[in-house]
Design a protein around this ligand. Structure first.
Ligand code: ADP
Length: 463
């Protein structure tokens, strides 16, 4: 039960609210108690003042203090209050017995306190007692007025206040917690829905998306993020499936050729020359197969991002010179003129030597493949705007502009028959572009049908 966020939120909320409510109740209670006691003292003081002034007036008219005090206490009646008039020594001259069964003894200490401060208070026998000198004139002191009231008057009010808190605080707490629980449930409901929807998504329905109620709130933000992730996964998954479909399609033809050729050759006894022809054909197809498999092997690494590449320092001038030598051999075999690069600038990049060589050889290989005998191929390396720039140019068949963007796609070929005849499967340029991009660079083409193509590689130079 406590594993649910809803429950934990509610408990936290209730705990914080309980602390706040209790602190608030304590504050209110202590303020109320102080107020109640002050009010009782104030009321006792005013009763004492009333009695004192009446007594002073009567003293002027009556012959004895006893008579005067008696008259005063008969005239003034204070329900539930004990009122007494004493002489200067604190001896009771007269008292009103509104508090039956209570006898008050006023200690001398309280008298002197009352004399000094004008009034004195004291708790005694469950009573709050106020002692006030009859006259504020210190020299002519006729005595004291003593007024008392039960402390229960205040404690009863406090008890009823406490009772309100004892019932009120838990009721508020329970109501607020229920409210909090329903709020938490309501705001977490989209999460539960998301959970359910996410659980039902498999490789079979990667195109499904989560419902986004409000993309601006936190839950909506999470749903959008998950939807973006699903989108990326779907693309990657589709890409992989396309690769598998394309590759099996590409592999099917050479495998079928090998099989048919072998079957035909084995159908009957044949001359050695015929066997040789068949085997040569089978060898060519097997070569094509192994090239495709090798390319696929490289493509399998493609999802790996740049950090997974080797990061060695590579002297591009050496790399270009070596690849140029290999291209020279290929060009010579096809009677093409190869413009070997002159003195090369010393340029260093960071990356994977083997992959970069493969990329450049793919470009040179294409230049040779798609340039008819008698044509010309050139290779160059220069530095430009902090990049190393390698160009591979040919005077070959060129690429029609509508195909230029797509030649970098996997298995894309402008002229399928020509490419097959040259042993290509349409993977070379997609591999080359991937390698360049994994090194943080760009690969682009400029081409004109009939007059040739120039492939340009730009790689960021090492700082
Ligand atoms: P392929 O194995 O078919 O050569 P690539 O991916 O290397 O595959 O090239 C894709 C297509 O781009 C080729 O089939 C070809 O039509 C075109 N192409 C590539 N390089 C050149 C070039 N230098 N000149 C003309 N066409 C080219």
């Amino acid at each position: 039960m406590f594993d649910s966020v809803r429950m934990r939120l509610t408990l936290w909320y209730a705990a914080v609210l309980a602390v706040a409510l209790i602190a608030f109740a304590l504050l209110v209670y202590s303020a109320a108690a102080r107020g109640f006691y002050e009010r009782q003292d104030e009321s006792l003081r005013s009763t004492a003042a009333t009695v004192a002034s009446a007594y002073l007036e009567e003293l002027a008219e009556q012959e004895s203090p006893a008579k005067a005090s008696e008259v005063v206490l008969v005239e003034l009646v204070f329900p539930n209050r004990y009122v007494a008039i004493t002489d200067t020594e604190g001896q009771v001259i007269a008292q009103a017995g509104n508090l039956p069964g209570q006898r008050l003894i006023v200690p001398a200490a309280s008298l002197s306190e009352a004399r000094q401060r004008g009034i004195g208070f004291k708790d005694s026998n469950g009573l709050r007692v106020a002692i006030s000198p009859v006259s504020q004139d210190q020299n002519k002191q006729p005595g004291f007025v003593v007024v008392a009231e039960s402390l229960n008057v205040v404690s009863d009010s406090l008890r009823s206040l406490r009772r309100s808190f004892y019932t009120g605080v838990p009721v508020i707490l329970i109501l607020a917690s229920l409210g909090g629980y329903f709020l938490a449930r309501k705001s977490l409901a989209p999460m539960a829905l998301m959970n359910e929807q996410t659980r039902s998504i498999t490789a079979g329905n990667l195109s499904a998306r989560l419902d986004v109620a409000n993309p601006r709130d936190e839950v909506g933000g999470l749903a959008t993020t998950i939807n973006d992730l699903l989108g990326r996964l779907e693309n990657a998954f589709e890409e992989q499936q396309r690769l598998i479909a394309d590759s099996s399609h590409e592999l099917r033809t050479p495998v079928a050729v090998v099989r048919t050729e072998a079957e035909v050759a084995l159908e009957q006894e044949r001359e050695t020359g015929e066997y040789r022809t068949s085997l040569a054909l089978i060898r060519d197809e097997a070569e094509r197969l192994s090239r495709i498999v090798e390319d696929l092997f490289i493509l399998a690494r493609q999802p790996l991002v740049s950090p997974a590449l080797a990061r060695e320092s590579i002297r591009l001038n050496d790399l270009v010179r070596d690849c140029g030598r290999a291209a020279q051999v290929l060009a010579a075999r096809k009677s093409l003129q190869f413009d070997a690069p002159g003195p090369l600038p010393e340029l260093t990049v960071k990356g994977d030597d083997e992959l970069l060589r493969r990329m450049l050889l793919n470009l040179l290989d294409n230049a040779v493949k798609y340039t008819p005998p008698g044509g010309e191929i050139s290779l160059n390396l220069s530095a430009q705007n902090g990049d190393a720039k390698i160009t591979v140019s040919d005077t070959g068949v060129g690429i029609p502009s509508e195909h230029q963007a797509r030649v970098f796609d996997r298995f894309y070929r402008v002229d399928k028959a020509r490419s097959r005849a040259e042993g290509g499967a349409g993977l070379g340029l997609s591999i080359a572009r991937w390698i360049v991009e994994a090194h943080g660079g760009t690969l682009s083409v400029e081409s004109k049908v009939g007059s040739g193509s120039t492939f340009t590689v730009e790689l960021p130079l090492r700082e």
